[in-house]
Design a protein around this ligand. Structure first.
Ligand code: SF4
Ligand code: SF4
Length: 280
């Protein structure tokens, strides 16, 4: 059985409890064989990355917890010449003695998961709280303190984990960086993909009102990709679209109004139509 982590981006509220718990555990505390004391100042080994999408009046922010991915084919291990090792349970450990002075190991990680501790002259990272797991804990401290259950610790064989990754559409935090991470993300599209959204309104009894429960279809080259309905505020949204994916068309049908069509050109970021006026 090996340790894995699944992180649900849609659940993170940026409360920073996990960061504080990691600091509380690691700053000033020596765990021989696992880690020298971490520094009180500077970026910790856990951090929250903020991603903002959309524009007024439809903006959302996603928060992505970042840490060491405990890669199975870790570039840091290859660069370390024996100073970093992978345990049989999947956890990657930076030896606090052998890593002394190895500032080069900060840059060896393509995921920016290693921080430099000036006082200890050590590269340090999040080691899955292995010192606690080895004494019988069933999860690292960040899991227990997270109020919205962002983290799911999974003990599984590589084969079992591969099935979950495939079935649940889990992804590494960045594609193309390699290393075969053991930390997997759910709902990562909230951070790295685009949405198209807007608000439907119309003149009703001499006043501009929201158009509720209209049907909106997302089309591409004539084929329907998705369908949704406007909510109580006339708002609608299609999410999880690839940045730079180009031309789409919105087709709107609302009872009592003429059908409407809107062209969309999706470039690098999300597209928000402020208000789409429907005609009677
Ligand atoms: S995320 Fe970086 S530090 Fe962690 S195992 Fe992978 S390469 Fe090494
Ligand atoms: S404790 Fe949970 S909700 Fe709070 S920042 Fe960390 S992952 Fe996000």
């Amino acid at each position: 059985m090996k340790w894995n982590m699944i992180i649900d981006v849609a659940r993170c509220e940026n409360c920073n409890n996990c960061l504080l718990a990691a600091k509380d555990e690691l700053v000033g505390n020596d765990f021989p064989g696992y880690s020298a004391p971490h520094a009180p100042q500077g970026r910790g080994v856990l951090r929250i990355e903020r991603h903002v999408r959309g524009s007024t009046p439809m903006v959302d922010a996603a928060y992505v917890p970042r840490m060491c991915n405990h890669c199975d084919d870790a570039p840091c291990i290859k660069a370390s010449k024996g100073a970093i090792t992978k345990r049989d349970d999947g956890i990657v450990v930076f030896d606090p003695v052998k890593c002394k002075g190895r500032r080069d190991l900060v840059a060896a990680c393509p995921y920016d998961a290693v921080v430099w501790n000036e006082q200890e002259e050590l590269p340090q990272t999040w080691f899955f709280d292995a010192h606690l797991l080895d004494t019988g804990w069933d999860a690292p401290r960040c899991v227990a303190v997270c109020p919205t259950k962002v983290f799911e610790v999974v003990r599984a064989t590589d084969e079992e984990m591969a099935v979950r990754v495939e079935k649940e559409g889990l992804r590494p935090v960045k594609t193309g960086l390699g290393g075969r991470p053991r930390v997997h993300y759910r709902n990562l599209h909230r951070a790295d993909r685009c949405f198209v959204g807007g608000s439907l309104c119309a003149e009703i009894n001499g006043r501009v009102e929201c158009v509720v429960d209209a049907e909106i279809r997302l089309l591409r080259a004539g084929a329907e990709l998705a369908r949704t309905r406007s909510d109580a505020f006339g708002d609608f949204r299609f999410d999880n679209l690839a940045p730079g994916s180009g031309a789409y068309r919105l087709s709107v049908l609302a009872t009592g109004f003429a059908p409407a069509e809107v062209e969309v050109d999706l470039l690098a970021s999300s597209v928000v139509f402020g208000e789409i006026y429907l005609q009677s």
